[in-house]
Design a protein around this ligand. Structure first.
Ligand SMILES: NC(=O)c1ccc[n+]([C@@H]2O[C@H](COP(=O)([O-])OP(=O)(O)OC[C@H]3O[C@@H](n4cnc5c(N)ncnc54)[C@H](OP(=O)(O)O)[C@@H]3O)[C@@H](O)[C@H]2O)c1
Length: 249
């Protein structure tokens, strides 16, 4: 039986992926800081699922947990745990920013480190990170979130090339807006919002194909392709953040 360990999988995209891999016959490792968010009766409904209460910031504990789940063989790890926070109209909260970087960047490193401990001796395995289209530009009000996802995109681009020779595949996933508890708290428009089950289908297909990078939905991919390439003064204008005293740099 193939094994997948998914971080941040008590709700949202992670939980959807966990259910879908289980339905495909995989043994699934689930983790979150608070397992009470899992639906009642999950143990009976998903007999090949094992859940661990662990924070991805806790490197040593995560190593123990992934070693326990894997028992020497792990096919796939999905570093999905993430946090966001909007601060468009308030003073940036640097403690929150630090926490976002710790979870979204160091959490991915901790997850890959723990998974590679198992995969490396077998020279086989697949590392996946759930980044975001937010990592393709510096979004207003999302400094730490955009920075964290940009770091993940670039790190994984390097890992993809570095680890191929050792039999380890690496895939980066950049979703647009997906309907989950994370986005349900947003008070702004979310164009091209997608249901989690559809997102899971797209993510699993990209993983099957061992793609280096998958950006979706296509409409958001097109928008981000353009925003990334705009002169920065024009990007700021488009985002509605151009002020009279900004220089055209
Ligand atoms: N939803 C979107 O529109 C969207 C778009 C692009 C990218 N993403 C990315 O997709 C990933 C999943 O997001 P989602 O929308 O599914 O969010 P979500 O529904 O809020 O789920 C986040 C999950 O991560 C867990 N988690 C948070 N911090 C953790 C930590 N330190 N250690 C372990 N688990 C932790 C949460 O449980 P606990 O709080 O109990 O730990 C929960 O299970 C994130 O990386 C997010 O940035 C989401």
């Amino acid at each position: 039986m193939k094994k997948v360990f998914i971080t941040g999988s008590s709700t949202g995209i992670g939980w959807q992926l966990a259910q879908d891999y289980h339905a495909e016959g995989w043994k699934v490792g689930v983790c979150a800081r608070n397992l009470a968010k899992l639906p009642e009766g999950w143990e009976e409904k998903f007999p090949n699922m094992k859940a661990y209460e662990v924070d991805v910031k806790k490197k040593e504990l995560l190593k123990e947990v992934i070693a326990d789940f894997s028992q020497g063989s792990l096919d796939l790890v999905i570093a999905n745990a993430g946090r966001s926070h909007g601060s468009k109209t308030t003073r940036p909260d640097f403690d929150v920013s630090r926490d976002i970087i710790e979870i979204n960047v160091l959490g991915v490193l901790n997850t890959f480190d723990a998974a590679l401990n198992v995969m490396w001796p077998n020279r086989q395995g697949h590392l996946v990170a759930i980044a975001s289209v937010a990592g393709m530009v510096g979004l207003p009000g999302a400094s730490a979130y955009s920075a964290s996802k940009a770091a993940v995109i670039k790190m994984c681009e390097s890992y993809h090339m570095d680890l191929k020779q050792y039999g380890i595949d690496v895939t980066t996933i950049c979703p647009g807006f997906i309907d989950t508890p994370l986005t349900q708290q947003n008070d702004h428009a979310m164009p091209f919002l997608m249901k989690a089950d559809k997102a899971s289908r797209i993510i699993r297909s990209a993983i099957d194909k061992k793609m280096a990078l998958r950006v979706f939905p296509w409409q958001m991919k097109t928008v981000m392709f353009i925003l990334e390439r705009l002169p920065r003064w024009l990007y700021r204008k488009v985002m509605g953040m151009e002020f009279a005293n900004y220089s055209k740099s």
